[in-house]
Design a protein around this ligand. Sequence first.
Ligand SMILES: Nc1ncnc2c1ncn2[C@@H]1O[C@H](COP(=O)(O)OP(=O)(O)OP(=O)(O)O)[C@@H](O)[C@H]1O
Ligand SMILES: [Mg+2]
Length: 331
Amino acid sequence: MSADPIPLLSVENLTIEIGGASVVDDVSFHVAPGRVMALVGESGCGKSLTSYAILGLLPDAAKRTGGRIRLHDLDLSALSEREFRKARGKDISIIFQEPSASLDPLTTVGSQIADAYRTHNKVSRAEAYDKARQMLADVGIPDPDRRLHQYPFELSGGMCQRIMISIALICSPRVLVADEPTTALDVTIQAQILDLMKKLVSERGTAIVLITHDMGVVADIADDVAVMYAGRVAEIAGVHSLFAKPCHPYTALLLASVPTLDDAPKSDLATIEGRVPTPDEFGEGCRFASRCPLVTDKCRIEQPPLFDCGDGHRSACWHIDRMPELMEAAA
Ligand SMILES: Nc1ncnc2c1ncn2[C@@H]1O[C@H](COP(=O)(O)OP(=O)(O)OP(=O)(O)O)[C@@H](O)[C@H]1O
Ligand SMILES: [Mg+2]
């Protein structure tokens, strides 16, 4: 993985339990300023819980039982709820999939953006509105003066997502977590929002953790990728390395299942048979074993560590040497 030597955000050996099961298990990754780390994987793989832990927003049922999360030299995992409230919005922000669920329907968008600014800055209401107006221009909303006085229901889905991005970025946080930020939008708007995020990353040096199940989105915007499976990192690599030479069968299958232009399946591997195990089905071995075309007895009894495949590319598979065989079948 081509990484800046000084990461801004470090997730180290993060483990989160729900009802005694490690739904996030020993997850580590680092994100440098101005870079996008994508977390990918099927539903239920622990992407959202990992990102909520970064913001101190875990649901009551979930407990962080191991690991650390650091923002530079600040240990986020040691913050109290009160300290987290100060950090959220200012140092780290999140945007969710559904802007309509996160925006207050009864307050103008200008007021919501200005309030987000005033939470962390001692400025007058007029100054906060100026800042909001500037922010709307930065996220590509035409006629910001008029938009400031509108309510969310008066705006399109894409426009609302730009408002959410404005709220998240108005205090210039160093880290932005985006949980499926474009899934609810149509394809054209999705591309516009991704372009906007790319621009913000390069102009502001924001570090982004982008959660998606869409490999097309990953190819478009990510620098690095952590492929998660059933709560664990299956593979982690720079985006080019991952696409060119996947070293985990799960990644190879995910890539093979990306629809092509003519929508014809690329191979018989185009769908991944079976489903992600539920936490009560986790065993001692590799959690992907029950669906893996390369599975052997060893996989069922012993969890593979993350092996180095070169250049920071790592894969948790006992059979990396047999990947060419799988890739040939997928070609
Ligand atoms: N509040 C909760 N209570 C109980 N279990 C939960 C809760 N939130 C998540 N889980 C469980 O934790 C695991 C990881 O969930 P998470 O939401 O992080 O997955 P995800 O990768 O974000 O999935 P998706 O792609 O569907 O958003 C799943 O098994 C899920 O059922
Ligand atoms: Mg999720």
